[in-house]
Write a protein of this length. Structure first.
Length: 223
C-alpha cells in the first residue's frame, strides 16, 4: 500500500519532545537524518554530535527538539506505531468478516515494510529496520514505568489493542487475546531480526515469511 490517508499527520505525545520536529524544516531534517544515521551505525554508537555533523548544524540545535537520544528513539518508535495504526485503520475498516479482518491486521503488523511516499522526510522501510533492531531499548529502561504513566507508549499499546479487539471478534472465548497479540507484534520484530542475523534458529527465511508463521500460529490457536 503506497498511500494511507491524504495529508497524513502523525500524532506523537508532546511530552516526548522539547519542540515538535514537524513544525520546522530543521526538525524534519533531524528526524530524517537520525533514521539514516541510526541505521548506519546503530543506536549505541549514535549521538547528537554525530547527528549534528551529518545535518550540518550545531549539536545544541538538536537539543532544542529532544532532551536526549533516548527521547529521540522513543519519538521515532511512537511515530512508527502511529503510522502503523493508520495502516491498520485504513486496511480493515471496510472488512466485515472477522477472520478476514484478523488476517489483514496480522499481515499489516508483521509484513515487510515499504517506504510510504506520503511522508517525504521519513523512510518507513529504514525506520522499520530500526524498530526491529532497537525498539526494546525504548522499553527496557529504569524509567519505563514513569514514561508509561506519561503516555509514552500509548500508541504502541493502542495498536496492540486494536488487534486484540479483532481476535475477540473471531473467538470471544479465547482467554489470552492480549498475550497472543503482544507476542505477535513484538515476536515478529524478533523473528525478522533472527531472519537477518541468526538464521539457524528460525524457520522464517526468503521462502517462509514472518507473516506466514504468525498467520499459521493464530489460525491454529483460534480454531
Amino acid at each position: 500500500m503506497n498511500t494511507i490517508l491524504p495529508n497524513l499527520k502523525i500524532q506523537v505525545n508532546e511530552k516526548i519532545y522539547v519542540k515538535d520536529p514537524e513544525t520546522s524544516p530543521l526538525g524534519k531534517k533531524i528526524v530524517e537524518q537520525s533514521i539514516l544515521l541510526i541505521d548506519e551505525i546503530g543506536f549505541d554508537n549514535f549521538n547528537f554530535k554525530k547527528l549534528g555533523e551529518k545535518i550540518g548544524s550545531n549539536e545544541s540545535s538538536i537539543y532544542r527538539y529532544f532532551e536526549n537520544k533516548h527521547k529521540l528513539l522513543v519519538y521515532l518508535s511512537s511515530w512508527y506505531w502511529s503510522w502503523m495504526e493508520y495502516k491498520l485503520i485504513f486496511a480493515t475498516t471496510n472488512i466485515t468478516d472477522p477472520k478476514k479482518k484478523l488476517i489483514k491486521a496480522i499481515t499489516i503488523v508483521t509484513e515487510k515494510v515499504v517506504d510510504d511516499t506520503n511522508t517525504a522526510y521519513v523512510n518507513e522501510a529504514i525506520l522499520n529496520k530500526i524498530i526491529i533492531a532497537e525498539f526494546t531499548k525504548t522499553l527496557h529502561t529504569k524509567e519505563v514505568d514513569q514514561e508509561n504513566k506519561e503516555g509514552f507508549f500509548l500508541i504502541y499499546k493502542r495498536v496492540i489493542n486494536r488487534v486484540v479487539s479483532i481476535v475477540r471478534e473471531v473467538n470471544p472465548e479465547y482467554p489470552f487475546a492480549k498475550s497472543l497479540v503482544s507476542s505477535i507484534v513484538e515476536g515478529s520484530l524478533h523473528q525478522n531480526f533472527l531472519t537477518e542475523h541468526l538464521k539457524t534458529i528460525t524457520d522464517c527465511n526468503e521462502s517462509v515469511s514472518t507473516t506466514q508463521f504468525y498467520l499459521n500460529l493464530t489460525e491454529n490457536i483460534l480454531r
